[in-house]
Design a protein around this ligand. Structure first.
Ligand code: ZN
Length: 151
């Protein structure tokens, strides 16, 4: 496992669209391991491929206390609404209030290519939406209603 460099706001890779993962091999496992480690090292609750410079549809999130790996994730259902304070590993020290669904249901694949569904709510639902946005090159600032000053 290795900690990868996080791409910071202004890096053009962050606004590019990712491609689907087609090969479920050692390289993907290595990427997911590294993303987990990089997320933990930076105290994040989610991280997406472009943030470590990889234009593939992969996300790692902290859901309650377990770490979920989402390969090629798609939101298949969402309901409710919440206003939540968000930050992003690619925007250190910046936070804003966004409006996200309260609950989401995701269809994704695991590191071996097996499909599964995952339901999440509250913070985890917002984190999943935030990370899935990254896969389309959408950054949280474009979802922010109001930036906040945390100092
Ligand atoms: Zn982010």
């Amino acid at each position: 496992m290795a900690i990868r460099k996080i791409r910071i706001s202004g890096d053009p890779i962050l606004t590019k669209k990712t491609k689907k993962v087609e090969e479920f091999r050692e390289r993907l496992a290595q990427l997911l391991d590294d993303m987990q480690e990089t997320m933990k090292e930076n105290n994040g609750i989610g991280i997406a491929g472009p943030q470590v410079g990889v234009l593939r549809s992969v996300v790692v999130i902290l859901n309650d206390d377990c770490i979920c790996e989402l390969v090629n994730p798609e939101i298949v259902e969402s309901s409710g609404e919440q206003e939540i304070t968000e930050g992003c590993l690619s925007f250190p020290g910046q936070y804003g209030i966004t409006r996200r669904p309260m609950k989401v249901k995701i269809l994704a694949q695991d590191r071996n290519g097996k499909e599964f569904t995952l339901e999440a709510e509250k913070l985890a639902a917002a984190a999943i939406c935030h990370e899935i946005d990254h896969l389309s090159g959408i950054l949280f600032k474009s979802r922010v209603i109001k930036m906040i000053d945390k100092n």
